[in-house]
Ligand binder design. Structure first.
Ligand SMILES: *Cc1c(COP(=O)(O)O)cnc(C)c1O
Length: 434
C-alpha cells in the first residue's frame, strides 16, 4: 500500500467526519500508516508532529508501550461483556479510581462510548432525577454561548456553534443560552475575573426567572475548546456552582476535552475548588486508544433513581457500555499519570513551550495569545474563510498537524514532547505565520 492508493481507496469507500467530501478533489487526505509518540507516519515514511493530539484524545503518545501492554493483557482474559446484569474487574477498578480522583463525592459511574453519548446521559439523568423527585416542570437546560457538547441531537441542542447547529435547528430542542465568560469579550480595562462576575450575574438573572423549569446548567470548565479555545476565569465556575445550588439546578461539567490534566490540573473544576453534580469524561480517558466515556454523579442523584419501580431506574444503555479493553486502557492511563507525575512534569513542559513560542506573542498577525495548562491558542489577523484550510495544508506540508478553528490557531500536544519536538513545533508555527 502506498500513499496515493490509500487515499484513492479511502475517498471512494469512507465518508470522512466533519468534512465536505468534494473539497478532497483538491485537498489530499493524510494517509497514516503508523504512529509513535507524538508522530504520525505515512506510507512513504514522512513524519507529521501530532500537535493536536489526534482531535484532543491522545495524552501519552501513540503506541505507548505501557498502554499497549495493558490492553494486550486484558485481551487475554476478557475483551467485552454486557454490563447490564454483569460486571468485571476493569470497570469496577476504573470506577473506584475515578471516584477517588474526581472532585467532590461523585461515587457513581455510568459509562457510554463517546463524548456525545456522555452528554445525552447527563441531560437525561438530570431531567429524570428531578422527575423522580416530583419536579416534573424541570425540563429545560441552560448552556453558555459558544458552547460545544457534541453533535447527536440532544448534545447539539446544548451546543452553540452555528456551523454544526444551524442546519439541524428544526430538529433540536430549545435550550436557553447565557453569556460566555470568554475573557476575550471583556471590555477594555475589565479583568477576566470582573467579566466572569458580570457573566455570572447574567446567569443569576436567568435563574431567577427560569430555575423552576430548569433541570441543569451545562458548562465546559475553563476552556470552551471547539468554540475557538475560549478561556475564562475560574471565578465563573465558583459563582455558577453557588447559583446552581441556591436555585436547585444541577451543574453538569463537560470535561470531555479538558479532563485528565489538559488545563494543568487533573480536572479543570479543581482550579475553581468546586464539584459539579455530573462530571462528563471521554477523549483522554482512554489515552486516545479506544472509545469510552463516563458520567460521574453524586449519591443524591443516584438515590433519586433507587426504587422498587423499574421505570424510576435509569434505563439508558449502549451496547459497548463499560468495555473491558477500553477500561483497561483507562486504568493504564491513570497509572502513568500517577507513576510518572505527569501533571507536575507538564508544568515544566508548558513553561518550555511558552518560552519557545514567546516570539509569537508579539507577532503582528497574532491576537489574543493565550495558554491554559497544555492548551495554547491565538487568533490570526487573517479571518478569511479559507484561512483554516490553507493553514492546515501548509502545516501538514511542513510536517505538523495543526487544524485551526476558524482563524484560531491552537496546539494541545500529547504530554510527551521532547525538547527537539518543542523547538520544531515553535519554529514551524513561526514559519507558518510568515
Ligand atoms: C469532543 C467533545 C464532545 C463530544 O465528544 P465526541 O466523542 O466527539 O462525541 C463533547 N464535549 C466537548 C467539550 C468536547 O470537546
Amino acid at each position: 500500500m502506498n500513499n496515493r492508493e490509500m487515499l484513492e481507496r479511502s475517498l471512494r469507500a469512507v465518508w470522512h467526519p466533519c468534512t465536505q467530501m468534494k473539497h478532497h478533489e483538491l485537498l489530499p487526505l493524510v494517509p497514516v500508516a503508523r504512529a509513535e509518540g507524538a508522530w504520525l507516519i505515512d506510507f512513504e515514511g514522512n513524519r507529521i508532529l501530532d500537535a493536536i493530539s489526534s482531535w484532543w484524545v491522545n495524552l501519552l503518545g501513540h503506541g505507548n508501550p505501557r498502554i499497549n501492554a495493558a490492553i494486550v493483557r486484558q485481551l487475554q482474559t476478557l475483551e467485552h461483556v454486557m454490563l447490564a446484569g454483569f460486571t468485571h474487574e476493569p470497570v469496577v477498578r476504573l470506577s473506584e479510581r475515578l471516584a477517588a480522583l474526581a472532585p467532590g463525592r461523585l461515587g457513581h459511574c455510568f459509562y457510554g462510548s463517546d463524548g456525545a453519548s456522555a452528554i445525552e446521559i447527563a441531560l437525561k439523568m438530570s431531567f429524570h432525577a428531578w422527575r423522580n423527585a416530583g419536579r416534573e416542570a424541570k425540563t429545560g437546560f441552560i448552556a453558555l454561548e459558544n458552547s460545544y457538547h457534541g453533535e447527536t441531537l440532544g448534545a447539539l441542542s446544548v451546543t452553540d456553534v452555528p456551523l454544526f447547529r444551524d442546519t439541524y435547528a428544526p430538529l433540536l430542542r430549545n435550550c436557553a443560552r447565557v453569556p460566555s465568560p470568554d475573557a476575550r469579550l471583556a471590555e477594555p480595562g475589565e479583568s477576566a475575573r470582573d467579566f466572569a462576575l458580570r457573566c455570572a450575574r447574567a446567569l443569576e438573572s436567568h435563574l431567577e426567572a427560569h430555575a423552576h423549569q430548569t433541570a441543569a446548567l451545562i458548562v465546559e470548565p475553563l476552556v470552551q475548546c471547539a468554540g475557538g479555545m475560549a478561556m475564562h476565569d475560574a471565578e465563573y465556575l465558583r459563582r455558577a456552582r453557588e447559583l446552581c445550588s441556591r436555585f436547585e439546578v444541577h451543574l453538569i461539567a463537560d470535561e470531555i476535552a479538558v479532563g485528565f490534566g489538559r488545563t494543568g490540573t487533573l480536572f479543570a473544576c479543581e482550579q475553581a475548588g468546586i464539584a459539579p453534580d455530573f462530571l462528563c469524561l471521554s477523549k483522554g480517558l482512554s489515552g486516545g486508544y479506544l472509545p469510552l466515556s463516563v458520567v460521574m454523579t453524586s449519591d443524591s442523584v443516584y438515590a433519586a433513581f433507587y426504587d422498587d419501580s423499574l421505570a424510576r431506574g435509569f434505563l439508558h444503555s449502549h451496547s459497548y457500555t463499560g468495555n473491558a479493553l477500553a477500561c483497561s486502557a483507562a486504568l493504564a492511563v491513570l497509572d502513568i499519570l500517577e507513576e510518572d507525575r505527569v501533571i507536575e512534569r507538564n508544568r515544566a513542559t508548558a513553561a518550555q513551550i511558552n518560552k519557545a513560542t514567546a516570539p509569537l506573542r508579539d507577532h503582528p498577525q497574532v491576537r489574543n495569545f493565550r495558554n491554559q495548562g497544555m492548551i495554547w491558542a491565538f487568533d490570526a489577523a487573517d479571518a478569511s474563510p479559507q484561512f483554516a484550510r490553507d493553514f492546515f495544508n501548509r502545516a501538514v506540508a511542513s510536517g505538523v498537524l495543526l487544524r485551526p478553528l476558524g482563524n484560531t490557531v491552537y496546539w494541545m500536544p500529547p504530554y510527551v514532547l521532547a525538547d527537539a519536538e518543542i523547538e520544531f513545533l515553535a519554529r514551524s508555527l513561526e514559519q507558518l505565520m510568515q
